[in-house]
Design a protein around this ligand. Structure first.
Ligand SMILES: CC(=O)SCCNC(=O)CCNC(=O)[C@H](O)C(C)(C)COP(=O)(O)OP(=O)(O)OC[C@H]1O[C@@H](n2cnc3c(N)ncnc32)[C@H](O)[C@@H]1OP(=O)(O)O
Length: 387
């Protein structure tokens, strides 16, 4: 894939992430994020050429095809609106599709938005029952991913406490993020280790919560970015890959789709050593053990070495390659929005707008999302300089 015209992120809007946003309807939740993104860009609905939205499967909320009635709430009446769908990675894929509308020269300003209002229903239940003609995921996403984590531990020889370290680090970061769902003062290894085992080896405090929330961005052409009030983030590369959930020889611990996606986005951004050349990363880690697993899949280290980076503190806010300074998916997981939050947080970092969880001097950052049975991948690299 080639990059096309330059694309900038000129506005970011997030809602607070919470267990239940009973104060707003689904439309109200979306509008909150969209209006904040427009305010950040000092624009109104009239300035937007098209809207690209995404959310995870409708069964997660029990609301079918919500896009059919949301055009009004999103200021999209009379404008093109499209929905993207790639399971949990959808927030990332949605941003990439929106970026492609700028890069191709079709539009100048695109509003992109992703959300989940899990309190409308119960996504863990939705991922537990057998749909007709499909294999059961056992008990929620945790039930599906736990055996892959066990396989990783066996293959890499990682000691048991690595997952605990990630859980503590990400929740400590979340204390610095005003939007984060889980705020656990005094979070410690002892606290994590004392919580019940949900899906062995995943403990209660090693899993993400179920959140309501939405995230929006305004993407702009070079011309439109020049007129924007603040410092933009520039897209240096976008990539997506998919693979079937089952095939002979599939490596569920270190999926080929993720490796290929990373290689593609690094090539576009001219990156050969991500640990050295990136300043921080927002990576989709819903269960703590996915940090060392994705460190390897994304080429930040060799196979079997990811847990050593985590253990050495390399991914901490003051480490050499901070991962999830915002607190990540472990601290807030409105599933459909979570990929876009990663992408938006990467953009905030290189705009110098990440507040208390800002990584000093961040100039290049990775946003990452995965979904389905670790079979859909979406990534972007953003930077403070125009590529
Ligand atoms: C690609 C992907 O995204 S894969 C991941 C998909 N998502 C998941 O698998 C979700 C996993 N999490 C869950 O299923 C649930 O949150 C569980 C099982 C951990 C907890 O279930 P419940 O106790 O029913 O949680 P419920 O949502 O009702 O929240 C109850 C309280 O516990 C808190 N809570 C929920 N999960 C967690 C957690 N993992 N750690 C700490 N606190 C939590 C909530 O914030 C809430 O507190 P509040 O009332 O002060 O807001």
């Amino acid at each position: 894939m080639t990059m096309g015209n330059p694309c900038a992120i000129i506005g970011v809007g997030q809602t607070a992430y919470k267990t239940r946003r009973l104060d707003v309807s689904m439309a109200g939740l979306l509008r909150e994020a969209a209006v904040r993104a427009l305010e950040d860009a000092e624009l109104t609905w009239n300035d937007i050429d098209a809207v690209v939205i995404g959310k995870a499967p409708d069964l997660f909320e029990g609301v079918m095809m919500p896009e059919a009635y949301l055009a009004d709430a999103l200021g999209a009446t009379g404008k093109p609106i499209m929905r993207v769908h790639t399971a949990g990675s959808v927030g990332g894929s949605t941003a990439n599709v929106a970026a492609s509308l700028i890069q191709s020269g079709v539009h100048d300003r695109v509003l992109t938005l992703a959300w989940e209002k899990q309190s409308e229903s119960n996504a863990t239940w939705a991922l537990t029952v057998n749909s007709p003609f499909s294999t059961s995921l056992v008990v929620g996403a945790g039930g599906y991913f736990a055996p892959h984590i066990r396989a990783y531990m066996r293959r890499s020889g990682a000691p048991d406490h690595i997952g605990t370290l990630v859980a503590v680090k990400d929740r400590q970061n979340a204390l610095k993020n005003p939007y984060a769902h889980l705020k656990i003062p005094g979070i410690s290894r002892e606290m994590v280790e004392s919580t019940p085992m949900l899906w062995e080896p995943i403990r209660y405090l090693e899993t993400c919560p179920s959140s309501d929330g939405a995230c929006a961005m305004v993407l702009a052409s070079e011309d439109a970015a020049r007129k924007a009030p603040g410092r933009p983030a520039w897209v240096h590369g976008t990539a997506m890959r998919s693979e079937p959930i089952f095939f002979a020889g599939r490596d569920t611990v270190n999926p080929q789709g993720g490796k290929d996606c990373a290689a593609d986005v690094y090539r576009q951004a001219g990156i050969s050593d991500p640990r050295r050349e990136l300043d921080c990363a927002e990576v989709y880690v819903p269960f703590s053990w996915y940090e060392p697993m994705w460190l390897e899949n994304l080429g930040f280290c060799g196979e079997g070495e990811g847990w050593k980076l985590t253990e050495a503190g390399a991914t901490a806010l003051d480490g050499d390659i901070p991962w999830n300074p915002s607190g990540g998916v472990l601290s807030s997981n409105p599933i459909g929005a979570s990929g876009m939050i990663r992408f938006a947080e990467a953009a905030l970092q290189v705009r110098g707008r990440a507040g208390d969880h800002q990584v000093d001097g961040a100039r290049r950052a990775l946003g990452h999302a995965y979904g389905g049975g670790a079979q859909f991948f979406a990534m972007w690299i953003v930077g403070s300089d125009k590529p």
